[in-house]
Design a protein around this ligand. Structure first.
Ligand code: FES
Ligand code: FES
Length: 186
């Protein structure tokens, strides 16, 4: 049994303590906003914030998360209103979107510590890979999110996504029970 705080709620996972945090939050908690890219710590798609640091959840076990405060993209803001989220939309720093949650978490962790980062500080804090190559726009988005964080600028709210995060979670088939009538028979 592993206990920690996930998106401000105390949780307990009855899983092997060596289970990667990524699999616990995606497959057991159904928080599928955190993406599984490489599983080897290279891409950053799985980044979550643990005790204020952006970490790759594929490299952390449940045992290592014990007692800590973990935030996933679903917990960054309830309504996608975090400056990083708003700025990434405003700067169109998203193409396929697969890398986006991990990048948003890395950027949010950076701005929480340093709301006016230099270009080199941004690139050092966000090592995430993006196959679509949004890097130039991402740089602008992080700069804009910094200005918003410093209250030097506001961003008009991004359009509503058209689906609630709760509904999105419910529609993920990973934990939907398979009816007996459809179960595979040898
Ligand atoms: S899935 Fe964790 S770094 Fe790629
Ligand atoms: S937007 Fe497609 S991988 Fe980054």
């Amino acid at each position: 049994m592993s206990s920690f705080t996930l998106n401000e709620r105390p949780v307990r996972f009855a899983l092997d303590p060596q289970t990667p945090l990524l699999h616990a939050i995606r497959d057991a908690a159904n928080l599928t906003g955190t993406k599984y890219g490489c599983g080897t710590g290279d891409c950053g798609a799985c980044m979550v914030i643990v005790d204020g640091e952006a970490l790759r959840s594929c490299l952390i076990t449940l045992a290592e998360a014990e007692g800590r405060f973990v935030t996933t993209i679903e917990g960054l803001s309830r309504d996608r209103s975090h400056p990083v989220q708003q700025a990434m939309v405003a700067q169109q720093a998203i193409q396929c979107g697969f890398c986006t949650p991990g990048i948003a978490m890395a950027a949010a962790a950076l701005l929480a510590k340093n709301a006016d980062p230099s270009e080199s500080e941004i690139t050092a804090a966000i090592p995430n890979l993006c196959r679509c190559g949004v890097y130039p726009r991402l740089l602008e988005a992080v700069r804009q999110a910094g200005r918003v964080t410093r209250r030097q600028e506001t961003i008009s709210a991004a359009p509503a996504p058209g689906i609630s995060t709760q509904d999105a979670s419910l529609s993920v088939p990973a934990i939907t029970p398979v009816p007996d009538s459809e179960a595979a028979v040898e």
